[in-house]
Design a protein around this ligand. Structure first.
Ligand code: 8YV
Length: 318
């Protein structure tokens, strides 16, 4: 009989089809979220644990990394890793992996769903029909905005940003982007100033990484430059947009519409966004399809297995 490798699982991966079960089947798992006193559990059982499983939303801070003296690898379920203290890990020589590529298409699809839902007032129309208001002699929902042929501005042209841009071809859209640096491998125009990109665009889609470096990158100046007819979409991270400024701009009519999958203080969503007719609100479901969540789970488990077999990870973060 072979003994199972011991690992730490920080939180339940309940949004994944079978990750919890596969981890429990393949490993000797310290399920940290089941312990009321995390510190005591780590002090008692942490020694000898060399690999940790976490996710983009659960994270791994410097204290947690420090509480595991033998830690060598952190395998995360999700592409974003701003909640993992990669610097603290690096200082200790701890490797970190995420799950890039496998969720790109689903997140890009959802960005387009939000763009169209926002511009064409699909949520409002849905509520209108459900409320039994359709069929009254006068009135309908207000007219929406055309999507095809318009100008699409993308904030952050990484894997997901590029997948969103490619889909723009099918809608005959002009695409420009803002990025930390201009890319030499894409056919889209670069805009060094985010305010200028917003001024040019009809649709501004946020697809950049999260973390301190991009917090409130989209501020009131950017939002107001997009303007009263503009639609902003966020499938990245909530804090990239100054949410208070967004609410103010929607309330004053300085912004046309916000279609959002992510929020600054998830799962809390400001009432002003909930009551507005000019918003579409989703509960962070960019990667939430059966196929993609399973592929994320597979890749996370591949990384974990690779670490135990070779000491290396398949998709380490840069
Ligand atoms: C998931 C995400 O919802 O991959 C990411 O960075 O935000 C999403 O795919 C997340 O991993 C759940 O924690």
């Amino acid at each position: 009989m072979t003994t199972k490798h011991r690992i730490l699982q920080v939180g339940s991966l309940s949004g994944s089809p079978s990750a919890n079960q596969r981890l429990a089947d393949g490993y000797d798992v310290l399920e940290l979220w089941k312990h009321a006193d995390r510190k005591a559990a780590l002090a008692e059982h942490g020694k000898g644990i060399t690999a940790m499983v976490t996710s983009a939303s659960i994270g791994a801070d410097a204290d947690l990394i420090a509480a595991l003296p033998d830690l060598k690898a952190i395998c995360s379920w999700g592409v974003g890793y701003e909640t993992i203290d990669v610097q603290a890990a690096r200082q200790r020589g701890v490797l970190v992996s995420n799950t890039p590529d496998v969720l790109t298409d689903c997140v890009a699809d959802l960005a387009w769903g939000l763009m169209i839902a926002g511009a064409r007032r699909m949520s409002l129309g849905d509520r209108y029909v459900r409320a039994g208001r359709w069929g009254q002699v006068h009135g309908s929902i207000p007219l929406g905005t055309r999507v095809s042929g318009k100008k699409l501005g993308i904030v952050g042209l990484g894997r997901i940003g590029q997948a969103i841009a490619r889909r723009g071809d099918g809608f005959d859209m002009q695409v420009r982007y803002h990025n930390r640096r201009e890319r030499s491998d894409v056919p889209y125009g670069y805009e060094a100033s985010l305010v200028e990109l917003a001024r040019w665009a009809d649709f501004l889609v946020v697809a950049t990484v999260g973390g301190a470096g991009t917090r409130h990158l989209v501020d009131s100046a950017v939002i107001e430059a997009l303007g009263p007819k503009g639609v902003i979409v966020n499938i990245a991270r909530g804090p990239v947009i100054d949410e208070q400024a967004l609410v103010a701009a929607l309330e004053s009519g300085k912004l046309g519409c916000a279609a959002l999958d992510v929020f600054e203080y998830e799962p809390n969503v400001p009432d002003a966004l909930k009551t507005s007719d000019n918003t579409v609100l989703l509960p962070h479901i960019g990667s939430a399809t059966y196929e993609t969540r399973l592929a994320m789970e597979d890749l996370m488990l591949e990384n974990l297995q690779a670490y135990f077999q070779t000491g290396k990870l398949v998709t380490p973060v840069e």
